[in-house]
Design a protein around this ligand. Structure first.
Ligand code: 6PG
Length: 482
């Protein structure tokens, strides 16, 4: 009997996905560039299963049922292209290549198009959930050649995480790089969620002078509220974890954040599309700032920086912080969905936002109860332009407003940096202001560069130029927006 699917790449994610597929009754053919890895896997974790090995790409191809489904679980970038190039001459028309790595979506757009010319289908799929997710149920976000989906769907939906109603956290996202785009936004939101949690931690630790056990209890309590999520849950575990000397391990970890690039791509994409994705982008910058450790150490001394203690009832502050975190999180998701909406419109992907929320409901790093509410919001209005306008989320934003402002103001007053929570509030203040000072900005542009402006008392699309100083001319520069 031939294999149902082939997987190339036996690092931890690849191995775990294969074992997961095997658990669900699929026969998987496993290949790795180095043969020893195949042997190690077959004699180790895959021992006693139906998994078979392939020591060359030809052997892999020969061992697979038609149309062949070959999933690449290799490092994103050139390695993917090099495997595709080697596979093309071995494959038949109608065969399917799947890239399950964290690929930048323009690469997937390109690969779908080039492989289409050769009659080969390509799927770029986000896979989220880390090692454990891959092994027992990840969130899977596939997009690319729609013709390939019916062949891959049963396998992917079987191995994916399931919601509390047993719905698979995997569905077709859209054409081209839509799957990898949605995974990129997932990761951007992951950056935002993590940053918000760290800001709450710093406020509690430095502002309220709380111990790690106290902070752990707070996160345990918060996990029973609307904030219920995987990232809040692991944060409580982390805060309670003691090093061998009995001290909290987290305080021994160097405060410079790493990043593999997906958050940065989300920010770049938002700038490209003109979407004010402020919270996620602040979260990326917060990681960049954290990495300037030596400079920060020097600057703290140079400026004699001291944070003052947050006075007042601790319990009241903790509840205010919870509300500020929740409200900021709504803004982060609202911005992320704005970005997806713009990309969907620009690329003709016809993204189903409710389905995206469902795919993120289980298995992935940002899984949370909150995503069910997002799904409900898009069920009510599939074209919702701002998540915060949905009645459930609007209610939370309004109820949290005063606590959120208090936390933001206090953080500024005492000198605790909270870039994501404060930028979220600033965003909402901007978004809910009918008249912003961009009129003055337009006047400045016209003053120094004759860039023209529109008038509130004239139809849109009519452009005016003023000779502000009497010295400039009446000739305006061309009017276009990038
Ligand atoms: C997931 C994660 C994963 C990501 C890591 C590291 O969905 O399972 O998003 O894909 O690569 O979390 O990301 P950074 O190194 O950028 O923090």
């Amino acid at each position: 009997m031939k294999g149902d699917i082939g997987v190339i790449g036996l690092a931890v994610m690849g191995q775990n996905l294969i074992l997961n597929m095997n658990d669900h009754g699929y026969k998987v053919v496993a290949h790795n560039r180095t043969a020893e890895k195949v042997d190690e896997f077959l004699q180790g974790p895959a021992k006693g299963t139906n998994i078979v090995g392939a020591y060359s790409l030809q052997e892999l191809v020969d061992k697979l049922e038609s149309p062949r489904k070959i999933m690449l679980m290799v490092r994103a970038g050139d390695v993917v292209d090099s495997f595709i190039d080697k596979l093309i001459p071995l494959l038949d028309k109608g065969d399917i290549i799947i890239d399950g790595g964290n690929t930048n979506f323009p690469d997937t757009n390109r690969r779908v198009a080039t492989l289409k010319e050769k009659g080969i289908h390509f799927i770029g799929s986000g896979v989220s959930g880390g090692e454990e997710g891959a092994r027992f149920g990840p969130s899977i976000m596939p997009g690319g050649s729609p013709e390939a989906w019916p062949f891959v769907k049963p396998i992917f939906q079987a191995i994916s995480a399931k919601t509390e109603n047993n719905e698979p956290c995997c569905d077709w996202v859209g054409n081209d790089g839509a799957g990898h785009f949605v995974k990129m936004v997932h990761n951007g939101i992951e950056y935002g969620d993590m940053q918000l949690i760290t800001e709450a931690y710093q406020f509690m630790k430095d502002g309220l002078g709380m111990t790690h056990d106290e902070m752990q209890s707070v996160f345990i309590e918060w996990n029973k509220t609307e904030l219920n999520s995987y990232l809040v849950e692991i944060t409580s575990d982390i805060l309670g974890y003691k090093d061998t000397d009995g001290e909290p391990l987290v305080e021994k970890i160097l405060d410079t954040a790493g990043q593999k690039g997906t958050g940065k791509w989300t920010g770049i994409n938002a700038l490209d599309m003109g979407i004010p994705l402020t919270l996620i982008t602040e979260s990326v910058f917060a990681r960049c700032l954290s990495s300037l450790k030596d400079q920060r150490v020097e600057a703290e001394e140079l400026f004699g920086k001291k944070e003052s203690i947050v006075e007042g009832d601790k319990q009241v502050w903790i509840e205010a912080l919870r509300q500020a975190l929740l409200a900021s999180k709504i803004i982060s998701y609202a911005q992320g969905f704005m970005l997806m909406r713009e990309a969907s419109n620009e690329n003709g992907w016809d993204l189903n936002y409710g389905n995206v929320a469902l795919m993120w409901r289980g298995g992935c790093i940002i899984r949370s109860a909150f995503l069910s509410n997002i799904r409900d919001a898009y069920d009510i209005d599939p074209e919702l332009s701002f998540l915060g306008s949905d009645s459930y989320f609007k209610g939370i934003l309004e109820n949290s407003m005063s606590a959120w402002r208090k936390v933001a103001a206090k953080s500024m007053e005492v000198g605790i940096p909270m870039p994501s929570m404060t930028s979220a509030l600033t965003f909402l203040d901007g978004y809910t202001t009918a008249r912003l000072p961009a009129n003055l900005l337009q006047a400045q542009r016209d003053y120094f560069g004759a860039h023209t402006y529109e008038r509130v008392d004239k139809p849109k699309g009519e452009f005016f130029h003023t000779n502000w100083t009497g010295k400039g001319g009446d000739v305006s520069s061309t009017t276009y927006n990038s």
